[in-house]
Write a protein that binds this ligand. Structure first.
Ligand SMILES: Cc1ncc(COP(=O)(O)O)c(C=O)c1O
Length: 353
């Protein structure tokens, strides 16, 4: 049986969190002289001299309505990258505990583990980029605190089988983190509605992809209230800046516009995949549920370098296990995609000379 208390780090359980000025007084007042801010203002037209809401109530209210999840189940981080780091710090004893990742996958799980001195065990995906459940189960021991699943997965682009994710959730007594950074581009449903069913589930999402707000840095974790409370205890007091909070609130009014962008990006993903499939040395275009495609192509590194000379930057994944000879291509604007396809024609022309 999953028992949150038994897998939480002792120092975090005992921790008295920082109590900010805004925690100690959050009502209306005439004069705020409690936070050592600069009362004269900011050297900007709009002032940012006051600390922001440490708990981002307005954003959570809005997200709660959009996602159909109560605010108490939402944690906001400075990008999902902050949520990733906080999960290590809440649950993993440095030098003692371990986590399982399923490569090829998003690189920050391993980097965050290394920063926190936490052992990383790798259950490499199968050839079809699905979970190797047998290997995964064999890696679990009494010190395994987190299993990281990324669906749709970066850099492979596919969604993990829902039944496999549920098998992991049902059989692991630690936390299962499902990173859904690319979920808006997928046919699969998010797991956020399953929090009641799985007390050990943490779902990560971000405004950096479909919402087009990577520069603002806003990541979301959805989990049981108990897990959210732990993350709140450990986070820096004012982790989401005032400007980000204001702009995110504005953006969250525009769900329709975001849905339109998602539709366009998904259509262009299909078109781009089709064009690459018909190219001479392309061995495979992997099916994608994300806003990028993974393409296996002869001489991937050379193609990458050639495109660089044309001012086009792709992500070279050719030295990543299972992604040998693969380039990851983010879907661009129609014009950017055309520039890329034209440059590829130049590359093929050079090969036949
Ligand atoms: C799977 C995955 N998770 C998380 C992130 C980071 O998201 P954020 O910008 O919210 O830190 C990325 C960014 O590329 C990603 O691919």
């Amino acid at each position: 049986m999953f028992n949150l208390d038994s897998i939480t780090r002792t120092n975090i359980k005992k921790l008295t969190p920082y109590s900010s000025a805004r925690d100690e007084f959050s009502g209306e007042a005439k004069v705020f002289l409690d936070a050592n801010e600069n009362s004269l203002g900011s050297p900007l037209i709009k002032w940012y001299n006051r600390y922001p809401d440490p708990h981002q109530h307005l954003i959570k209210q809005k997200l709660s309505a959009i996602k159909g999840i109560a605010s108490e189940h939402i944690f906001l981080g400075n990008g999902s990258d902050e949520c990733i780091d906080l999960l290590f710090r809440c649950f993993c004893e440095p030098g003692k505990d371990n986590v399982i990742i399923c490569p090829p996958t998003y690189g920050m799980y391993e980097v965050s583990a290394n920063i926190n001195d936490v052992e990383v065990r790798k259950a490499t995906l199968l050839e079809d980029f699905q979970l190797d459940l047998v290997h995964l189960e064999n890696l679990v021991n009494e010190h395994t605190k987190l299993i990281w699943l990324c669906s749709p997965n970066n850099p492979t682009g596919n969604s993990l089988n829902r039944a496999d994710i549920e098998t992991v959730l049902n059989n692991f007594n630690g936390i299962v983190v499902v990173d859904e950074a690319y979920i808006n581009f997928a046919k699969q449903k998010s797991l956020v509605q399953e929090l009641e069913e799985y007390p050990n589930l943490v779902v990560l999402q971000t405004l950096s992809k479909a919402w087009g707000l990577a520069g603002l840095r806003l990541g979301m974790a959805f989990a049981s209230t108990a897990i959210i409370e732990l993350m709140n205890k450990v986070k820096p007091p004012y982790n989401i800046g005032q400007a980000t909070q204001e702009l995110v609130l504005q953006a969250l009014e525009e769900v329709g516009q975001v849905n339109d962008m998602i539709k366009i990006l998904v259509d262009m993903r299909g078109a781009l995949a089709g064009v690459f499939e018909s190219m001479p040395t392309v061995e495979k275009v992997y099916p994608s549920d994300a806003n990028f495609i993974l393409v296996k192509i002869k001489d991937a590194r050379k193609v990458y370098e050639f495109l660089l000379t044309k001012g086009i930057v792709l992500r070279d994944r050719s030295n990543v296990k299972l992604c040998e000879d693969c380039l990851r291509i983010t879907v661009g604007t129609e014009q950017e995609n055309t520039v890329l396809v034209d440059a590829m024609q130049d590359w093929f022309a050079l090969q036949t000379k």
